[in-house]
Design a protein around this ligand. Sequence first.
Ligand code: ADP
Length: 394
Amino acid sequence: MTNHASEHVILTVNAGSSSVKFSLYENGTGLRETVSGQVDGLGASRQTVLVLKDLATGEKSTRDIAANDHAGALAEILASLQPHLAGRPVAGVGHRIVHGGTEHDRPVILTGDVLEELAQLEPLAPLHQPHNLAGVRAAIEAFPAATQVGCFDTAFHRAQPWVNETFALPRVWYDKGVRRYGFHGLSYDYISGELARSEPVLAAGRIVVAHLGNGASMCAMRDGKSVGSSMGFTALDGLAMGTRCGQIDPGVLLYLMDHEGMDAAAISDLLYKESGLLGLSGISNDMRTLEQSDHPHAAEAIDYFVARIRREIGAMATVLGGLDGLVFCGGIGENSVLVRNRICRDLDWMGITIDKVANAESRRDIGTGKTRVLVIETDEEVVIARAVASALVA
Ligand code: ADP
């Protein structure tokens, strides 16, 4: 715990399989992000690189580093932050952790016991959780005096009702943790807070938020809380994504095992890495590339992406008993004029119409009908930094 709010320097860490993203915040009268950066290429045969951006000057530096694991990356990050710390210690480190299981509905201080408990959840998110926790262990080593706080992608959805949380499997599986957890919770938490601050009347209403990035999901919110997510047990379910398939008939998986001789590893690669926009187009997982392509398969991949989102909007509006607002965020949601336009087309019966010019300029408020349509830049890092700031004064 630190004595003086003005002395707080907070680091946020998002450790993935081959990268560690980080941001540095000063916490004086409010939180101010001063540095952001990323280590890329961990565990790969290519060179590991550290990119650091000074947000005050706009200066960006890139350098090759020798580190090849999370501990090495965190040590390099610490070294590169020294000039920005100016002798101040890092008081708290906040970590993005994909899975908080059934228990964690809010951020938690990462003690040894909590870390052990979170390691038990690794089988539920094998592609993310082990790396997230490796990031925590590395940060404890690099910043031993700092308070370490875990912020979960699942936490925001813990309030969702049972019918949205369960599968229609024998109940024993629910009890064993086979549930719809939902993800992207830090992004939804940010949007919920941002709406509460800027549009309190709307925030209290019925909102669908579409977080459309390389990973994509949607959240139905009532009064700022999640009542449903398009993602389920894993971050595979729901919408088609860059390389993930989204919703699929589980019978397909049985067929692939029984008749194509595919094992779990091959099916995992198919569903996580080879499907979605990439699989459908055969060209790219990147929406910008697909928008620029004149190949019919690129157009069809966008068609599928949009169609699945429109279906989810209808389903979520029914769950909510109507719709007061539709919010777009994430790389595609914030930037793709075409995708927003296609999603909102012919939805005037739901009160959704958009202004072409406002949409083309990606303005915040693009709706002209009864249902508000907003474009809001999401900020998962600041949600983590706020959680650390709260933990430091608690
Ligand atoms: P991640 O889930 O990895 O954080 P992002 O939220 O950064 O991903 O979103 C990446 C996606 O956003 C990519 O498909 C990219 O093509 C898309 N995107 C970014 N800018 C634009 C744009 N101007 N037009 C269309 N798509 C865009």
